[in-house]
Ligand binder design. Structure first.
Ligand SMILES: [Zn+2]
Length: 335
C-alpha cells in the first residue's frame, strides 16, 4: 500500500488516498472515509517518467491524477503488477548507470571507427562492380598527371629493362595480382613509388636515380605489389568515404560518395597495418626470388633521407611512406 495525493480533476483540493491492488485493479481508497474512489487496470493509466526528485505522477483515465512522494513504494507497487519501468526512467534513477551508458556509447563509437569502418570498407570493396577499381585508378592517374606528375625522362631502354626485371620476379605463391608499371617524373614529389586501385604502379625517375642498385627498386615495386594484392588503395579510400557518409547521413548516399573515390585515393594515408602487410608481402616475394628483404630496408632508408625535407601541400598518397623506422626494424626479422 502506498499513500498518494489524489486530484480528481474537478476540485483543486487533493485527497489523501491509499493505492493498492484489488482483483488486478489499482484501487484508490479514501483514507478518511475508507471508501473505494476509483479502480483501473494498469494499462489504462499512464505512469509518468521519473524526472528529477519531485513526486511521481500517475495519470488516471479520463481525468484525475495521483501524486506519490514515496517513490520506492510506488516502484514496488508497480513491480507487483509486472510493470516494467522504461530504460530511461530506471537509468535516471542511477547516475552510475547513466555514466556507464555514456562511456559505453563512446567505446562503441570508437570501436566502430577502429574496426567497424575497415570491415564496412572491405565489405564494400568486395562488392564493387568489376572494373570500378581500374576506372578509379585511371581517374586518379589523370588527376596526378594534371597536377603532380610529368612524363618520364628515362630512356625507353632503361624503362623496359626495369619492367622486364620486375616481370621476371615471381610473386609469392598464389598471390599474383595484376599490375601495370608507369614511369613518371616529379621534381615536386621526388623519389617515390605508389600503387593505384586496379593494378597501376607508378615509379618516379627520382626514385630510379636515388637507388644505388636495381634490387632496391625491385624491393620497392614488390612492396607496391603487396598493396595491390591486398587492394589497400581502394580499401583505404573507401574507409574515408564511409566515415564521411556516416557523418553526413546515416550511411547516406554511397553512390554520390563513390563519385569522389579518386580524390579519396589521393588523400588516404596507409595505416601501419597496411604498410606492414605490404612489407611482409615484399619480403616473401624477395625471398621467393632468392633476394634479401634487406633490399627493401635499404630502399626505405634512402627514401627516408631523401624526404627529410618534405614538400608542402602534396597529397598524402605522394608523401613518403609512413612509419619508416619501425618498418626497417621489422624487416630485419626477415633476414
Ligand atoms: Zn606502402
Amino acid at each position: 500500500m502506498v499513500e498518494a495525493r489524489y486530484f480528481d480533476g474537478r476540485s483543486s483540493r487533493p485527497r489523501t488516498v491509499l493505492l493498492d491492488w484489488q482483483d488486478g485493479l489499482l484501487t484508490l481508497r479514501d483514507t478518511a472515509e475508507n471508501t473505494i474512489l476509483r479502480q483501473h487496470l494498469l494499462q489504462d493509466m499512464e505512469v509518468a517518467e521519473e524526472l528529477g526528485h519531485g513526486p511521481r505522477l500517475l495519470r488516471l483515465p479520463e481525468s484525475g491524477l495521483c501524486e506519490i512522494e514515496d517513490r520506492a513504494g510506488l516502484a514496488a507497487l508497480l513491480e507487483q503488477a509486472g510493470h516494467r519501468e522504461s530504460m530511461v526512467s530506471r537509468g535516471q534513477r542511477n547516475l552510475k548507470l547513466a555514466l556507464f551508458a555514456a562511456i559505453a556509447l563512446i567505446v562503441i563509437a570508437a570501436a566502430g571507427y577502429r574496426w567497424g569502418v575497415p570491415l564496412a570498407a572491405d565489405a564494400v570493396a568486395a562488392r564493387l562492380p568489376t572494373g570500378l577499381a581500374e576506372k578509379t585508378g585511371q581517374e586518379t592517374l589523370e588527376l596526378l598527371d594534371e597536377h603532380w606528375l610529368k612524363p618520364s625522362r628515362l630512356p625507353g631502354a632503361r624503362r623496359e629493362a626495369l619492367r622486364t626485371q620486375f616481370a621476371a620476379l615471381q610473386p609469392p605463391p598464389g598471390q599474383a595480382p595484376a599490375w601495370r608499371l608507369h614511369f613518371r617524373a616529379s621534381p615536386q614529389v621526388g623519389a617515390n613509388a605508389f600503387a593505384l586501385p586496379g593494378g597501376d604502379i607508378i615509379l618516379t625517375d627520382e626514385l630510379v636515380a636515388l637507388a644505388r642498385d636495381d634490387r632496391e627498386i625491385m624491393a620497392v615495386l614488390a612492396h607496391e605489389l603487396g598493396h595491390q594484392h591486398y587492394r589497400h588503395g581502394l580499401r583505404n579510400a573507401l574507409q574515408g568515404i564511409i566515415v564521411g557518409a556516416a557523418v553526413t547521413a546515416w550511411l547516406g548516399d554511397i553512390s554520390t560518395a563513390l563519385a569522389g573515390l579518386s580524390s579519396a585515393v589521393l588523400e588516404a594515408r596507409y595505416s601501419r597495418e597496411f604498410e606492414q602487410e605490404a612489407d611482409i608481402y615484399a619480403a616473401r616475394m624477395l625471398q621467393h626470388n632468392n633476394l634479401s628483404p634487406e633490399w627493401l630496408a635499404t630502399a626505405l632508408q634512402r627514401l627516408e633521407q631523401a624526404h627529410a625535407s618534405k614538400a608542402e601541400g602534396t597529397p598524402s598518397l605522394l608523401s613518403s611512406h609512413p612509419h619508416t623506422a619501425e618498418r626497417i626494424e621489422a624487416l630485419k626479422v626477415h633476414r
